[in-house]
Design a protein around this ligand. Sequence first.
Ligand code: AMP
Length: 281
Amino acid sequence: MRIFDKIEELQEYLAFQQAKGKSIGLVPTMGYLHEGHLSLIERSAADNDVTVVSVFVNPTQFGPSEDLETYPRDLERDKRLAEQTGADVMFTPSPEEMYPDGYRTYITVEGLSGMLCGKTRPIHFRGVATVVCKLLHIVSPDRAYFGQKDAQQLVVIRRMVRDLNLSVKIVGCPIVREADGLAKSSRNVYLTEGERHRAPILYQSLCMAQQMVEAGERKADTLRDAIVEKIQSASPTRIDYVEIVGSDTLEPVTLLAGRVLIALAVKFGNTRLIDNIELEV
Ligand code: AMP
């Protein structure tokens, strides 16, 4: 696996690959790789000749009181895992390489960025859209891979790609979970033993809602109340939101119909976990 930390050197290498007719897949990550990330790398390696994994803890998507400084990092382990999983190239730029002095340009996907997680993380999706747009320009991939775990991120990126006529196929990949249902996340390492023990309640509550829908329930309020009650009965957590929205619009629904997303964000201690389930009603 080749490793680049300079944009120009990466572009020179990839231009050479593209000139040979090689297809390119991009997997953007913030590193501290786990099986969720590795599933995206595997998928890209199966679909493309060259898989590029970027590892960049993007400062512009963290709010002032968020965990930018403490975000877990282990680049040596990431290199090993990515290579074993089929990555051909790793891109590890510094913040200065991505945002040099005088940087002024940001991308805002209006509306979609202010919903769900955007309510409590007002600059988050501006940072995500900006860094993903930059990575897409730098790498010029045929396909780029994102996890359904960050469902809102996927909607925002698909919208940006359509709106800006970017010629890349965005591929959404299923959520990879621990054996007890907890969605894999780099931030799970922040959980105390007790919090880790209680955290599977999130997926359990989503599965309960799915069963209620399968049994005929269509009222979003009823489902939301049931999820909130189940989470609160199991654990003294702070629920950021539980929302039932259209899968593509992220607009709240009253009665479930078509493709809907049940999404939630919950704080266990200082750790904010997100999860979701998509249903076809
Ligand atoms: P991150 O490093 O958290 O920014 O995630 C990088 C990519 O991996 C994003 O597209 C995430 O949605 C995806 N990802 C993170 N966790 C999971 C998971 N448990 N299952 C599937 N994809 C994931």
